[in-house]
Design a protein around this ligand. Sequence first.
Ligand SMILES: Cc1ncc(COP(=O)(O)O)c(C=O)c1O
Length: 461
Amino acid sequence: MNDKANPIDLEKVIKADKANVWHHLSQHKPLETSDPLLVVKGEGMYLYDSNGKSHLDATSGGLWTVNTGYGRESIAKAVYDQLTTLNFYAHSAANVPAARFAEKLIEKMPGLSRVYYSNSGSEANEKAYKIVRQIAAKKYGGKKHKILYRERDYHGTTITALSSTGQFERKNQYGPFTPGFVEVPHCCEYRSQFGEVDDYGVRAANEIEKVILAEGPETVGSIVLEPITAGGGIITPPEGYWERVQEICKKYDVLLHIDEVVCGLGRTGTWFGYQHYGIKPDIVTMAKGVASGYAAISCTVTTEEIFDIFKEDSEDNGRMGYFRDVSTFGGCTAGPAAALENMRIIEDENLLENVITMGDYLMEGLLGLKDKHEAIGDVRGKGLFAGFELVKDRETKEPVAETVPIAIFNECMKNGVLVGRTNRSFEKYNNTIALSPAFIVTKEQIDEIIATLDDAIAKHT
Ligand SMILES: Cc1ncc(COP(=O)(O)O)c(C=O)c1O
């Protein structure tokens, strides 16, 4: 315990870390001569490191996760109460928080009705892919098994989730990949493939149809898309895009799988990102903010129509026809217990409203920075999910080298604000600074984020 009688020796912790820990997404060579950031405490919007320095966190935990902020005692208590009642049993059986959270969640997702639990965004997506593959086997003699994904989107870290990811540097050196995944072009209007056009959204969606026709519609089972691309550069969909995507999916009997791992549970001001665009997905996956990082949980949510396909199988009496998938930790009760309390907080504190109001204020601040700094080529976002591209020249839109956002990120960190950035995802487009503060952020804190960025951009561009 870190109490006064037995304080933790943080120097020893750093030593242990440097000797034995392999960090995520980190080149360890520099850590031979420097120390890692050791985070020891979080409270509201702030993180505290081992030197006692406070950081205003504009990233919700570095990975769009701590949506309701740090130090929520009521979530900790809900998890404690649940763990001391029942921590785990395989989720082939029912448990109280899983059933209760599923019911609450489905209230927010009209048209969908079934929740399958696992632990991470990657895993939730893998479940969706397995569902699509099994439907192909059951209904289409295995033919309709291909899964489309989009250039610049990210769907996770496992080999199959990476197989469905449109980010070259994320994938590089990890192949060969799972067969049956096919890329469709991105929909970033700022980087238009068609020059300046007034129907960019429809054209970008039509590219999907071209891929379906080239592959053969009878071979394509689903398409997985982020509602707003996150790690790929905060790409908001162009006008007309989603309507056309929905039409194409219907026309070719292609299931629409929306990856809400980042946008889900309020990040953009609606419960789910897709709900801004009036579309009806067949499968929705979510993780990160579902329990704000207080416990691991992810969900793969489907329509009743999909669920029904797995209910019986006349040919072999159901022996092989049901969804033969398991996730050990999908039976942990801490996840849904934390998720229930997290959702209560979002509702009782009217946090979706704050996401919209503060999101607008953040966008205003970023557009103000764009007016001031030539290096900002484009500002994009929705709700408390925003970012901007840094360019060498506004005319040519040539992206800056990755060293520039890294320098801005470091400068902000030195000055007490944690921002995000595209990180080793592309050869050319690691040029985006990303912001995703927790839903409790205030005007004053956004002012501080903008002012800190202003200085850092002035210094490093
Ligand atoms: C859109 C999206 N999908 C899936 C994932 C994978 O989630 P996880 O890291 O929990 O496996 C991420 C992670 O960043 C993501 O941004």
